[in-house]
Write a protein that binds this ligand. Structure first.
Ligand SMILES: Nc1ncnc2c1ncn2[C@@H]1O[C@H](COP(=O)(O)OP(=O)(O)O)[C@@H](O)[C@H]1O
Ligand SMILES: [Mg+2]
Length: 455
């Protein structure tokens, strides 16, 4: 029996089950708000519908209209059935009320005719009967709504009582330190020459709560002030997760992650994030104006600062907009192209002054020329901070001071481009897959020459 051809008896049974048993932890482990649950349960492709409403273009691209037609007509059939039950219930209730009124008038009329009753008493009887029936009806509606209300209360309680997995540390600001370089990085002058350590991963491993194995394994590297660190690796290798550990969206399950010498778990999340400016992988803009978006991390920034960030982020297109900084941004920035959104979110990150700038795959939608110009301007702009660039394209990270090659959550190589070309097979593989033969040959010769010079 398909869901579209459910018998009325089965429907009634399910209705009762939803009304009486739809409470989480109840006999059938239900929990669907009853009407939604009822309708969705009757829908063979309930999930398809839920997914497809916001992504209707996907359905068109994949020519899924026919299967959706079926889902939509099933949905319509079931919605009509549910409304039919409500309509029957309403009609029956009013029918009973009217029958009661007629019965009172009929019986009362006879008694008035026999001089056994006053006419006023009939009116009073009708009034009382209507009031009683009306409140019985209300009680029935209340009984129908009760399971839904209980489910809602339960859900609200779950949300309110849900303990966040990230607990704030004690420190409201970074402690003053003479030197934040870890002790094992050499003697004091060497440490000074290398620069202050802004971010430090100390043998950090991480596993998602619902995963069977670690996503990151024994991550060790430093990001120093004034230098650029790049992370490159295939999709799903854990690059974004590294950025999220620094921002404390997740906590390392083993090892430590520290910012300017302080373990990120000791700081309040607010204090930690004040020192970091982040461009997420998915460039998201909020509805409002361009200026509102750029001031998100620095509400007091002046217009000059905004224009400067726009220039560094190669967002010259803003200057061509008639309203300039006041140009409206639709929710999600959908009135801009992917590349424009990326550049605006880079500008937004630059407006906020920070010790560490993280760019998570933020150059991927840019053409090569804009990518190069942006990185050049960026190098001067954030010269006093540490920069962490996550990238897929090898061209984006060629000039980084150190490159972390990540694969399946493990560091496969760490060094400059030349060093990695000589020593890291995983890096060479990425280079081979992305660069033309001549480019690759030139780079190999270049790194061999630099290697020879060093020796
Ligand atoms: N919230 C999550 N729960 C479980 N696994 C996740 C979650 N987010 C990401 N992952 C997994 O962690 C791995 C690394 O993801 P991610 O850091 O986003 O990779 P990358 O940025 O290198 O493409 C992937 O295999 C992904 O499936
Ligand atoms: Mg990513």
């Amino acid at each position: 029996m398909t869901n579209a051809h459910v018998s009325l008896q089965d429907f009634r049974h399910r209705l009762r089950r939803h009304l009486l048993g739809g409470i989480p932890g109840g006999p059938d482990g239900g929990g669907a708000p009853w009407l939604d649950g009822l309708v969705m349960e009757y829908l063979p492709s309930g999930n398809v519908l839920r997914i497809t409403f916001p992504h209707i273009y996907f359905a068109r691209w994949f020519n899924e209209q026919e299967s959706l037609d079926e889902a939509f007509s099933d949905y319509a059939t079931n919605a009509i059935r549910v409304n039919w039950i409500f309509a029957t219930f309403d009609c029956s209730a009013f029918f009973i009320m009217n029958i009661a009124e007629v019965a009172i008038l009929w019986l009362g009329g006879n008694r008035v005719g026999a001089h056994a009753m006053e006419i006023a008493s009939i009116s009073a009887c009708v009034e009382y009967a209507m009031m009683i029936l009306f409140f019985i009806m209300m009680a029935q509606i209340g009984a129908l709504m009760l399971p839904r209300a209980l489910v809602c209360i339960e859900r609200c309680r779950e949300v309110i009582e849900h303990a966040p997995s990230i607990a704030d540390g004690e420190l409201g600001s970074l402690p003053e330190r003479a030197s934040t370089a870890p002790a094992d990085t050499g003697d004091a002058p060497a440490r000074e020459a290398l620069g202050e350590v802004v971010a430090h991963f100390g043998n950090a491993s991480f596993r998602f709560a619902d995963a069977d194995e670690d996503t990151l394994h024994h991550i060790n590297f430093l990001c120093r002030r004034g230098t650029t660190t790049a992370i490159i690796g295939p999709t799903g290798s854990g690059k974004s997760t590294i950025a999220k550990l620094l921002l404390r969206f997740h906590d390392a399950t083993d090892g430590s992650v520290s910012l300017c010498g302080t373990d990120v778990r000791e700081l309040t999340q607010h204090a930690l994030r004040e020192h970091i400016s982040y461009v997420p992988q998915k460039a998201w803009l909020f509805s409002g104006t361009i200026a509102d978006n750029l001031r998100y991390g620095a509400p007091d920034a002046t217009d000059e600062e905004l224009w400067h960030a726009i220039d560094v982020a190669q967002s010259g297109f803003v200057r061509e907009l008639p309203e300039g900084l006041g140009h409206r941004v639709a929710q999600g920035g959908t009135n801009f192209s992917g590349g424009q959104r990326q550049r605006l979110s880079i500008a937004r990150a630059l407006v906020k002054k920070a010790d560490l700038y993280i760019f998570d795959d933020s150059f991927s939608a840019l053409d090569f020329k804009t990518d190069a110009a942006l990185r050049h301007a960026l190098a001067e702009e954030v010269a006093d901070a540490a920069v962490l660039i996550i990238a897929q394209r090898i061209n984006t990270i060629l000039s980084a001071d150190q490159i972390v090659v990540l694969k399946d959550g493990c560091i496969q190589g760490l060094g400059t481009h030349e060093e990695l070309m000589r020593t890291c097979e995983a890096y060479r593989e990425i280079a081979r897959s992305q660069l033309r033969a001549e480019e690759l040959e030139a780079l190999m010769e270049d790194s061999a020459a630099k290697g020879g010079e060093r020796k």
